[in-house]
Design a protein around this ligand. Structure first.
Ligand SMILES: Cc1cc2nc3c(=O)[nH]c(=O)nc-3n(C[C@H](O)[C@H](O)[C@H](O)COP(=O)(O)O)c2cc1C
Length: 173
């Protein structure tokens, strides 16, 4: 049994929609225990309990929201305890060229500093879904989210969860 935490900061609910989609996709993987937790219910010390951590923030001025950055900064208190965990990132933005990649990379940067194993969002990440327009470094959407964005969220969650499951299996051998 492996576990995944999905959480995000979300002021107007768009990033939260992606978090929920990611959670649904991750839960499709057999034996995966998935918690999609409200941002205000999560502290950095919760991260230690999970095999995979999927984090999201809206793009604020090309970076992450300050509220989200505060949570990231608090992970300094669990330094060393996140090594080898799987990490992945997602974001939403107002504009198509609004800074999604820079925001995602700043999340991924923190994960790498912790020694986490970061999973990106490939162009085609699920069987028969050749049109998946992945976020490259993580899942990204902009403007009003549509069904395709939600579907990408589900696919991304499933993809990350499959890797978490594989790694947990290796650990147990
Ligand atoms: C303070 C602030 C800064 C923002 N900066 C950007 C930005 O740099 N680029 C962009 O595309 N959207 C920007 N936006 C729009 C949000 O990223 C976008 O609406 C996002 O989807 C909101 O997510 P949420 O509904 O989860 O809160 C900004 C919004 C706020 C409130």
């Amino acid at each position: 049994m492996a576990s995944i935490l999905v959480t995000c900061y979300s002021r107007t609910g768009k990033t939260k929609l992606l978090a929920e989609a990611i959670g649904r996709g991750a839960a499709e993987v057999a034996g995966m225990n998935v918690d999609v937790l409200a941002f205000n219910r999560v502290t950095a010390s919760d991260f230690v309990r999970y095999d995979g951590i999927i984090l999201g923030s809206p793009v604020y001025f090309g970076g992450v929201a300050s509220e989200f950055k505060e949570l990231i900064d608090d992970t300094t208190f669990v330094r060393g305890k996140l090594c080898g965990k799987v990490g992945a990132a997602f974001t939403t933005a107002g504009d198509r060229t609004g800074g999604k990649e820079t925001a995602i990379l700043s999340i991924v940067q923190a994960m790498l500093i912790h020694g986490m194993i970061v999973v990106g969002d490939p162009i085609a990440n699920s069987e028969g879904n050749e049109e998946h327009s992945g976020g490259h470094y993580g899942l990204a959407a902009d403007g009003q989210l549509n069904e395709t964005d939600i579907e990408h969220g589900v696919n991304f969650g499933r993809y990350v969860a499959k890797i978490v499951a594989r790694m947990a299996e290796e650990k147990s051998v």
